[in-house]
Write a protein that binds this ligand. Structure first.
Ligand SMILES: [Zn+2]
Length: 339
């Protein structure tokens, strides 16, 4: 059902917006849509949709089969073309756990690294999955205990939170990790009607196998989590290489970036801001690690606040413990050849 249609004003451009039951579609160029959850179902991340002459390409399948089915239900609002290609930008659960709802006629494209992770059958789901999904039962237990001692007002909030967690946990149980059917190492270009769609890997970054989807004619980049609206999750990243991996992206002709989290944006210079952040953070953590400062202490004390003006979400003090654990893990494994 079409709930509303309107225009989204972002920075220097106005884009058509279609709001469905569970998803919001923002058309940044003709037939090129940013696909975001409307908040009614947990989707975890943003995807993109590229509508071609005879078919459509989807980027990322969201965090559960239920979320992917909800997307397919809303899709007729923006296209009647069948999805023929699905790109997984990287292996994280919130981008690939909807894969299984797509039929055998849909080619699932990704980097070889992503294939290996998903094909591991759930044994290599990454630090984020362990923290945000696998830990849900334990966290539900904690919330349950809090509810017993809470005031009436707090009780209501906590109960809603518990309900949300229970729903995500139940939906996640349906997931059967479904690996890509076509892999690449560096690049593949699809020609679909008049559309040229490049799927590119420039090196390790947010994970070991991120790909971006680049439309050279439309000058649109679908970035996955290599760059997001705020600060990307770094718990499975290769931080120093990540900064280098962003470099070729700064050389592409891009007008609009569709990130895996956060709203679409036109400030392409943000790529450089993230490079600076990553290099600065890496340097500081290498120093703290060498001084024998614990991960816990480093996470609480490392000062990245100089970046706050340029990157939303940068903490006033300290950084995420996941980030520090990851960097320490890489350093303990002797630098770039980390796990
Ligand atoms: Zn991710």
């Amino acid at each position: 059902m079409l709930l509303s249609a309107g225009v989204a004003a972002y920075a220097d451009e106005e884009w058509r917006e279609v709001v469905g039951e569970e998803f919001t579609f923002t058309e940044v160029r003709s037939g090129v849509w940013h696909v975001r959850g409307s908040g009614t179902i947990a989707v975890g991340s943003n995807g993109a949709l590229v509508v071609n002459d005879r078919d459509a390409l989807l980027v990322d399948s969201h965090m559960t089969p239920a979320a992917a089915r909800a997307l397919l239900a809303d899709l007729p609002l923006v296209t009647d073309k069948p999805i023929r290609d699905l790109v997984n930008t990287h292996f994280h659960f919130d981008h690939v756990h909807g894969n299984q709802v797509f039929g055998s006629e849909v080619e699932i494209l990704a980097h070889e690294y992503t294939h290996a992770k998903i094909a591991s059958g759930g044994t290599q789901r990454g630090r984020g999955y362990e923290a945000f999904i696998a830990a849900i039962p334990q966290r539900m237990q904690q919330v349950q205990e809090q509810i017993e001692q809470a005031s009436a007002e707090e009780k209501q909030q906590l109960t809603q939170r518990l309900e949300r967690m229970r729903r995500i946990w139940e939906q996640e149980q349906e997931t059967r990790p479904t690996a890509p059917t076509l892999t690449l190492q560096e690049a593949v270009t699809l020609y679909r009607g008049g559309r040229e769609i490049r799927i590119l890997h420039f090196g390790r970054g947010h994970t070991g196998g991120d790909v971006v989807v680049y439309l050279p004619e439309e000058r649109v980049l679908v970035a996955g989590d290599l760059i997001t609206g705020g600060l990307p999750y770094m718990g499975d990243g290769f931080l120093l290489e990540w900064a280098d991996t962003l470099e070729p992206l700064t050389q592409l002709e891009i007008d609009v970036i569709l990130p895996g989290h956060g709203a679409a944006f036109t400030q392409v210079e943000r790529l450089g801001f993230l490079q600076m952040y990553l290099r600065d953070l890496w340097r500081k953590l290498v120093e703290l690690h060498a001084q024998g400062v614990s991960a816990q202490e480093a996470a609480a004390s490392v000062d990245m606040s100089a970046h706050r003006e340029r990157i939303p979400d940068v903490e006033q003090a300290g950084v995420s413990r996941h980030t520090v654990d990851r960097v320490y893990e890489l350093l303990d494994a002797n630098g770039s050849q980390g796990p």
